[in-house]
Design a protein around this ligand. Sequence first.
Ligand code: RP5
Ligand code: MG
Ligand code: MG
Length: 279
Amino acid sequence: AAPHVKSRCPEYPGSKIKRFPVPDDKMGWSQSWPQYIPVSHTDPSVEKKPVWADPDIGSFSPKFNAVDAGVDRTSFDGTYKLEKGKPLNPHGRTGVTGRGLLGRWGPNHAADPIVTRWKIDAKKAKISHSVSKRPILQFVSIKRKDCGEWAIPGGMVDAGEQVSLTLQREFSEEALNSLMVSAPERAKINERIGKLFKSAGFQVYKGYVDDPRNTDNAWMETVAVNFHDESGNSVSELPLQAGDDAGQVQWVDVDSSVPLYANHSHLMELVAKERKAHW
Ligand code: RP5
Ligand code: MG
Ligand code: MG
């Protein structure tokens, strides 16, 4: 089974709320556990009813396990169960009920654009790792403002949005700061990255994300796609500038020792394997 560790982190992000501790052998819903008393939590930012969030269950009963009004409520893990009208996390207990920081009941769909190039020296020769002897990949990484962790510049799929568009949009917002420039400037940015993002890319992963914001009733899922600049002259020269929920942005070496947000280290491992790069 995919790891379910960050989804059980002791303190819920952006709060002082302590999750009810869930041991490995009590994760599954099929295990009856009468002593389980999870904490209910919905962040004030979600309760404010922003456009990206659902209303509370009760007044609201969307079609779960279906695409409903443009919102994809299906899970890559198959059909999820409901309990008292609320979706149950397919990977089991997390110690928190409600939505926490997540807007949607059930799956919250994101897309993760993994933009890579080879690490090169002054003479433009690929640099190999001294131990693995394999060439080193670099990817565009952002430092998340919410937790300070380095991550892939991913983001939520808007209602009705094509995932291919989310990938390009989130990359331009977080790594190129496209939200803060004029419309013509934004068009120029999209023209520069459009070719790379229009290429098929390598679909790295599609599924559940072990994200610290997950709860018993709301969780992250993603489609991660690798766009690789083999020659190093299409995106290498991009003027990286952090924007939106990113505090910093830079090219980071792909290496197993670099800690990353949520399950992003696992995603980078899959990219390294595919490209026969150092890991
Ligand atoms: C992670 O959260 C996903 O892998 C994606 O990178 C990210 C999406 O959430 P926001 O960046 O919009 O907060 O689970
Ligand atoms: Mg974003
Ligand atoms: Mg983001």
